[in-house]
Ligand binder design. Structure first.
Ligand SMILES: [Zn+2]
Length: 281
């Protein structure tokens, strides 16, 4: 009887977590190989939108002429629909990231499915229906429900290979240094314009962003959205702006507009000045 129970538990674990984990490893490798075949870097922002942090990030990206990919939480779209609209209006790319960010390994199948479906419904009004839908699973983890959701609804899984853990650090210099040591063609950088723990500051992400942009361009790499790199731009309603950016992802003219400082610290300080303007869209 005990052996049967153990077998049932093992079979459940294998079906719910282990098989999706193995498949995720394969899908992640395929995704990153595809991205690495382009001389580009993708900037991605998760867990937003939030009023001040997302607005400040949008302002900095606009100043640099860069488009990014935002994986928005449904619950935050509900709170800040005008910020979600602004992201799309500015020509950035959006994707699903669930409604409330439940962990796929610690949530049951029904809760997990509800979270994905509700999150998808919140993103739907902001995306173009004729393009593939980008999806970044919460915590980058998959369970069997997440996997089936992805396959049946033909979501395009998006992973990352550089995570400076901006949500943990108060120091923007630490965030910048982490990226600086790893940036290369095919880098997908994970940053956060939202936080799970609302007591944590957004400042490290915002203050690090200009210096990160500078590091990427110093390496001679273009900054593109995930959809652009994969060959199909998705989920943007502002096609004219996006098309223009596709032709010239980050021109030398734009690069020259970035802060002239040579050190990371100076670029961070320059960002701080911009941030203090508190431009709220
Ligand atoms: Zn997240």
């Amino acid at each position: 009887m005990i052996e049967i129970t153990t077998l049932v538990l093992l079979a459940g674990f294998a079906t719910y977590i282990l098989i999706p984990w193995v498949l995720k490893s394969i899908l992640r490798k395929r995704f990153l190989t595809n991205i690495a075949s382009h001389n580009a870097v993708c900037l991605t922002f998760d867990d937003g939108p939030q009023r001040e942090s997302t607005s400040a990030i949008l302002h900095l990206l606009e100043e640099a002429g860069v488009k990014a990919t935002f994986f928005m939480l449904g619950k935050n779209i509900e709170k800040y629909p005008e910020i979600a609209t602004k992201i799309v209006e500015l020509g950035h790319e959006i994707g699903e990231h669930s409604y409330e960010h439940t962990h796929p390994w610690t949530s049951g199948p029904i809760r997990s499915l509800k979270d994905l479906v509700k999150g998808g419904r919140m993103v739907a009004p902001y995306r173009c229906s004729d393009r593939p839908v980008l999806f970044r699973p919460p915590y980058g983890k998959l369970n069997i429900v997440t996997l089936l959701y992805t396959l049946i609804l033909r979501r395009r899984l998006v992973f990352w290979n550089v995570n400076p853990r901006d949500y943990e650090h108060d120091s923007p210099e630490t965030v910048v240094q982490h990226v600086k040591e790893r940036v290369a063609p095919g880098t997908v950088i994970l940053l956060h314009d939202g936080r799970h723990d609302t007591s944590r500051s957004y400042d490290s992400t915002i203050l690090a962003l200009n210096a990160i942009l500078k590091e990427i361009t110093n390496c001679g790499l273009a900054i593109m959205t995930v959809g652009q790199v994969l060959g199909k731009r998705s989920v943007t309603n502002n096609t004219s702006r996006a098309s223009r950016f596709k032709e010239t992802p980050l021109t030398s003219r734009r690069i020259r507009q970035l802060p002239p400082e040579s050190s990371t610290g100076s670029a961070v300080n320059n960002t701080e000045i911009l941030y203090r303007k508190r431009t709220v869209y």
